[in-house]
Design a protein around this ligand. Sequence first.
Ligand code: HEC
Ligand code: HEC
Ligand code: HEC
Ligand code: HEC
Length: 386
Amino acid sequence: MKFLVQLILVVSIGAGCMLAQEIKLPSNPLKGRIVFEEKGCIKCHSISGFGGNIAPDLSREHYYGSFLELASIIWNHIPKMNRKYRELKLKRPSFSQSEMLNLIGFIYYLRYLGEPGSVSNGRKLLSDKGCIVCHDVAGSGGKKGPDFDQLQQFASPLYMVQAMWNHGPAMQEEMRELGMKYPSLNGHDIVDITSYIQQATIGNIEIRMAPGNPVNGEKVFKKKQCHNCHSIDKKGDAIGTDLNTIDLQKSVTEIAGSMWNHSPVMIDYMKSESITWPEFKGNEMSDLIAYLYFLGFEDEPGDPINGEKFFVDKGCIGCHEAEVGIGPELSKMKRFNSPIRMIQLMWNHADRMDDLLEIKNEEWPIVSTKEMQDLYAFLRNVTKQK
Ligand code: HEC
Ligand code: HEC
Ligand code: HEC
Ligand code: HEC
């Protein structure tokens, strides 16, 4: 059975639907930024150098992972964080489920934006990749394609990608005629190229990338018929790659680059299947890519038996044993219908738990991602249905 991101179809399908939807996609991942500030995380942590310097900067590469992976990183640091809260006399925040989802969604999203591009490398790439054979930028280059100067109003990496995608088939024709090799774009290439075009045409104005709406992106994915050839269920029975198996530990432009790199093959396939090349307008490409990026937010299903073992071995049972424990009996709780709820409750009670453990002189239970997934599978089973 599919586990998490069973997508936010609830809204359109309404009550009574049978979809096992457990984590909703955030429709605007930047909402979590507000939570991050309002709940005071920013007092100690910074994002790209902006914020407190008491604790690690959370925009570093290290913080990439599924919902429960990020949640376990946070969990494992709770005792030290608690100590800081006390030391600085800050109130420790609690979270609602949606705040928890938005917060962790935001941390997940930080890598999406990637790092700023390198202007000098972008300039080099335009000639290394042969773009200037056909495109003119700042007065030098070929004339077969449109001048890049005209691109100014679009000069953010995602608009660039969208324009390249839309014109992909025509560009490919030209390249064939000239006997050119199809240029592949990897890593930071697209960001670097965009930075150079911005620099060369409009100067140093920072153009913010539209954040992309994963919920709309899912619709775009269907509307553009991507699902005709691509699955996301990891069953591996589709013509194209299962997009949930590609390396999603990438920034948005790397995903975009991989679409570009595969587009010659896709173009041929589409021709043979008589599918017209789908063009993108407005925010469609950024929404689509945000959706693909968020496929990696989903957790693998855990094993309830290992989860139970964990619950016993790591001492949860010590306080949560039926009747005798000082903590509530979890099997009497309302069913855990999503891992967000588990993490929300665990975070909210971590303060009390930390105190009690200190009194008992016991260690804080460190949890790996796998263990967190197993724990969820276990608690989901033991908590009551209604
Ligand atoms: C009072 C200061 C403080 C506040 C407020 C705070 N943290 Fe922390 N946080 C810390 C400290 C200190 C550490 C490092 C703990 C350690 O080294 O084990 C940490 C560690 C972390 C880590 C792991 C860092 C790593 O390098 O592995 C994450 C993730 C994190 N915090 C997220 C949050 C979030 C989300 C919030 C807001 C709900 C928050 N923190 C609020 C002090 C704070
Ligand atoms: C062989 C010639 C050729 C090469 C090489 C080439 N292009 Fe193009 N490009 C074109 C043509 C022709 C068009 C217009 C296609 C159309 O009309 O649909 C175009 C269109 C574009 C557009 C859309 C412009 C707009 O106004 O919307 C972008 C962006 C673009 N190319 C980027 C690149 C980049 C980046 C490279 C290098 C990786 C590159 N092109 C290499 C011929 C080329
Ligand atoms: C007609 C079939 C077809 C359609 C429709 C299609 N693709 Fe593809 N796609 C493929 C094939 C085949 C490959 C593998 C190409 C290769 O191996 O070079 C591919 C590769 C990709 C890759 C690279 C995967 C990797 O391994 O890194 C991405 C990303 C991708 N497609 C996204 C999309 C998106 C988004 C859409 C919808 C706009 C789409 N595709 C529509 C057939 C298709
Ligand atoms: C030292 C005692 C202690 C340990 C160990 C402990 N808990 Fe708790 N737990 C409590 C107490 C006490 C509460 C009641 C909530 C509160 O007072 O904050 C609680 C509440 C909870 C809740 C929320 C229940 C509710 O009604 O809101 C969850 C979920 C939970 N614990 C899970 C765990 C898990 C999972 C572990 C093992 C990793 C664990 N606990 C370990 C003492 C403990």
